[in-house]
Design a binder for this molecule. Structure first.
Ligand code: PMP
Length: 415
């Protein structure tokens, strides 16, 4: 993976913006909802289009040219995905999205954890429902979920984590970046502690993949899930990383074509992983798009993480000047707020609830933000019972866009 540490210049950002056709439209939005999904660059759209124009066929089946090419592209996407997160191709299972990937691991938890005494599942209180419900749902199978405490800013209380982690823990499942607070969780230390205790560790990288470096070996995780659509790729292209031995133990949630190597009337032989875990025909063009997207990220010619951080800091300080606006956990005099935080800002604005503010911002200036519980209801409710507004940046966003946003918020605050 080639990533640049070049200081971002305005012309780099302008060039980057030009890669996104939607931003070139006359009615282009100020898109501040990147935590929900990112916009797609030309190269990704082209990769998807190429499939329909040039090699539209199913994979793994046909021995004719277009089918062979479709299979080759699908497998080269797997190699690219593996390289992107520091894994081996055979450790990558393609899934529709993060939610599906986490459900796959949860469904196999009883076979993954041989020890019947291990029934505890630990997740931070701030998790997305997709990394919460699949675990809570295992109650029917004798497991129980405990929530690790987080503070008002969304930071995990590591002491509470260590107190709860013990030899009865089956798995610890944590996001790398929270989709509500933007906090980057201490996954390396948590995964290490879980390993020492004999527990598995799953990292939800849905919100992290486009914003922080991911290397499964350096993170020390057993499983990692991500969604292509949050890293410039099409919806339908998800990744589940698992250590080979663990993937082999897993059962598919859905059986059928592709998951078996031979079938008789009296039984069947499962295929080898990863095929065993990829039932039916996948979204083939989406994975072509994923390969293009991962190449695109690796080739961004400037330090986009530093640029996103500068947008975050600028926006937070400007927002803090607006009367009636609150950012959970932000205290103006301290800078620790910005440590270990990705480009997401949750906030409330006095007098403007979740059903009003996004509509007004859209109507007045085509500014797209998301408001509500962000599929993380327990944590979001603890910040504000009616939900919070959220802005989330990508490197195509600019300070000029932030100025427009701040100007409108300041006017609304006066009303
Ligand atoms: N985890 C986190 C942290 C997320 O932000 C999201 C999406 N908002 C998900 C899981 C679920 O992703 P998907 O809907 O693509 O499955």
């Amino acid at each position: 993976m080639i990533k640049s540490d070049k200081k971002p210049e305005p012309q780099d950002v302008e060039k980057f913006r030009h890669e996104f056709p939607m931003l070139g439209n006359a009615d282009a939005p100020v898109y501040f909802d990147n935590a929900a999904t990112t916009l797609k660059p030309e190269c990704v759209i082209k990769a998807v289009e190429d499939y329909y124009y040039h090699f539209c066929a199913n994979i793994n089946r046909g021995l004719y040219e277009s089918s062979l090419l479709a299979t080759k592209k699908y497998e080269s996407a797997r190699t690219a995905a593996a390289a992107f997160i520091g894994a081996l191709p055979e450790e990558i299972v393609f899934t529709p999205n993060t939610t599906y990937a986490i459900n796959m691991v949860a469904a196999s938890l009883p076979v993954l954890v041989g020890d019947r005494c291990r029934k505890k599942i630990l997740i931070p209180f701030s998790e997305h429902h997709s990394n919460m419900i699949p675990w809570m749902n295992l109650e029917r199978r004798g497991f129980y979920t405990e929530f690790i405490r987080v503070d008002q800013a969304g930071r995990i209380d590591l002491n509470d984590f260590y107190d709860r982690l013990d030899r009865t823990t089956a798995i610890v499942a944590s996001s790398i970046v929270s989709n509500v607070s933007g906090v980057i969780n201490p996954v390396v230390v948590m995964a290490e502690a879980a390993g020492e205790c004999g527990a598995l560790f799953l990292a939800d990288a849905a919100q992290a993949a486009a914003h922080v470096d991911i290397n499964v070996k350096k993170l020390g995780v057993d499983f990692l899930a991500l969604s292509g659509h949050k890293i410039y790729a099409p919806p339908g292209s998800g990744i589940l990383y698992g250590k080979t031995g663990l993937l082999e133990k897993m059962e598919p949630i859905v059986w059928g074509g592709g998951t078996v190597s031979s079938v008789r009337q009296d039984g069947f032989e499962p295929a080898a992983v990863p095929k065993k875990l990829e039932p039916g025909t996948p979204d083939i063009p989406a994975f072509s798009g994923l390969e293009a997207a991962l190449g695109f990220v690796s080739d961004i010619g400037f330090d986009y993480q530093q640029y996103e951080k500068s947008l975050l800091e600028y926006c937070v300080y400007e927002m803090a000047k607006i009367p009636g606006l609150k950012i959970p956990g932000f205290v103006e005099e301290g800078t620790s707020f910005f440590n270990e935080r990705s480009a997401i800002i949750p906030f409330t604005l006095k007098g403007w609830d979740c059903s009003e503010l996004p509509v007004v911002l859209d109507k007045q200036a085509k500014i797209a933000i998301r408001s509500g519980f962000h599929c993380a209801q327990p944590f979001t409710c603890s910040l504000s019972p009616e939900g919070v507004h959220r802005v989330s940046f990508a490197p195509y966003n600019t300070k000029k866009e932030i100025d427009l946003f701040i100007g409108i918020l300041a006017e609304l605050a006066e009303l």
